[in-house]
Design a protein around this ligand. Structure first.
Ligand SMILES: O=c1ccn([C@@H]2O[C@H](COP(=O)(O)O)[C@@H](O)[C@H]2O)c(=O)[nH]1
Length: 231
């Protein structure tokens, strides 16, 4: 079943049962799902297969970051799992991202979207300064986006706060934006946030939403509310 909405629900859970219980309350035509480091490390590739068996398209959010060959082989393994989207850190550099794109081009059949993580949405300027990067997060995102575009990636993970500037600079890249918070919900550890409506208006293509849905008393209701906000 092909998904009709831009929502990707982050299944950040410590067990297969918890992840599948939430997936069981969601409709694969209303959202895609994201498997991240916690769930994948606990369950392994079979959790992806379990979600695909429920008709969900899966974003494998492992944010690979290593030397070009190692990263490309990890991306190839993800592609062979049949995931819809996979990502690498742009800060792994141009040659690393090119190697990942090239390995996907060599595969027969459908391949996943290859997305570059720019600056994590949990980070603000002071966090970059701690890393020795004396730069505004938006400028760093734009710089990494240009590199990802040169490498031939399909899109970026960024904050929706940068979406408008990115659509001006790199209109061909698809923008996947976590750090989405419906009005009134807690920011948690996120720093560069927008509401679902603001994010779509700014130019996001896909909205990643975790806790505001997964920790809600009624997750399906929370998702429905987001979809209503988007019209
Ligand atoms: O820059 C990034 C990249 C990835 N994420 C991931 O998205 C979800 C967000 O979850 P919330 O509960 O809605 O905060 C989570 O899985 C992160 O690993 C991100 O937040 N920011």
């Amino acid at each position: 079943m092909s998904c009709q909405t831009p929502i990707i629900v982050a299944l950040d859970f410590p067990t297969r049962d918890a992840a599948l219980a939430l997936a069981g309350r969601l409709d694969p035509s209303s959202c895609r799902v994201k498997v991240g480091k916690e769930l994948f490390t606990r369950c392994g590739p079979s959790i992806v297969e379990d979600l695909q068996a429920k008709d969900f398209e899966v974003f494998l959010d492992l944010k690979f970051h290593d030397i070009p060959n190692t990263t490309a082989m990890a991306v190839k393994a993800a592609a062979e799992l049949g995931v819809w989207m996979v990502n690498v850190h742009c800060s792994g550099g141009l040659r690393m991202m090119q190697a990942c794109r090239e390995v996907l081009e060599q595969l027969a059949g459908a391949r996943p979207l290859l997305i570059g993580v720019t600056v994590l949405t949990s980070m603000e300027q002071a966090d970059l300064a701690d890393l020795g990067l004396d730069i505004d997060p938006r400028q760093q995102v734009l710089r990494l986006a240009a590199l990802a575009e040169r490498a031939g990636l399909d899109g970026l993970v960024c904050s929706a706060q940068e979406a408008s500037a990115l659509k001006d600079q790199s209109p061909g890249l698809q923008l996947v934006t976590p750090g989405i918070r419906p009005a009134g919900s807690a920011a948690d550890d996120q720093r560069r946030i927008l509401t679902p409506g603001q994010a779509m208006a700014a130019g996001s293509d896909f909205l990643v939403i975790g806790r505001p849905i997964s920790q809600a008393a009624d997750p399906a209701g929370a998702l429905a509310q987001v979809l209503t906000e988007l019209g």
